[in-house]
Design a protein. Sequence first.
Length: 300
Amino acid sequence: MQIVYISKNAELMNETLDYVVNLMKFISRVTIILPKEQIRLIKKIKGLNIDILDEKSILKEDYSRFEKSNHVKKNWLLRSAIAKLPNTLIEKEFIMSDDDYRPLFALSEEFFKQKGTYNAYYFYNLKDWFLEGQEYDVAQKNMYLLLKSKNLPTFCFSSHQPQIINKQYFIEATKEFEEIGREKNIDEWSTYFNYSLKNHPEKFNLKKYQVICWPRLPTDWPVLFKPKNPFFENFYDSNYLQNELFEGLSKEYNPISHDKISQEKIRRYEQILSKNNFILGLRFFLIKNFRKVRLFFRQI
């Protein structure tokens, strides 16, 4: 199976590929889309057929818009361009990923696809998204209103883990949202999966995400539910610094100690999550509903 990455950092991409070749054995073809100046830095890896595409070459007339865009819109432009590439470059089914989504344990194709149906991993419902201020937050609010206006489901699928894509459905979803995505911040994961859930429901299995480090730290914002049996890490280099979550643990793949290190990462993350999620959720609820809470206490 093919996995398709967008990247802007060849060094980070190379580290992630070490995990992929060892833990995702069903992957035989890797396609990486990145800036031209980074291409020569991608290393060859035995066992992987690696294709590299210059982001400018696939964006074509949209490249000038891309250069002026924020990271959310850049992701949309890049991934909507993927839908237009021929089957010789992008296969009819492929795994879509960012360069910092790393497997924690060995997994098979069945994690993504079961008996001809696709697993769709979500981490939130967009109607419940309450954070503000970041480009990503704006995209989630835009997505909720947009999906609701089209009578589509409103799950949030930007789960920060690789997900399987049916190219034909991806083309359909991209056409449905293409013009809006060129003007507003929207989420390419949630457009595809919510569109597909409505239009091809028999082909999808809705599942809860299986990731650690989304959010980066369990104290960043309350999760809707605790990930069970995480299989991926949303990698942050800062998590490995002194006094941070994964201090003392290796960032690089080690075939001897990898499983043990992954188990320790999960233990540390879940320990903090269990301690903080309720209190954090209460705090954010009070902030979001400050006026209502103040009015309630004035009335009693």
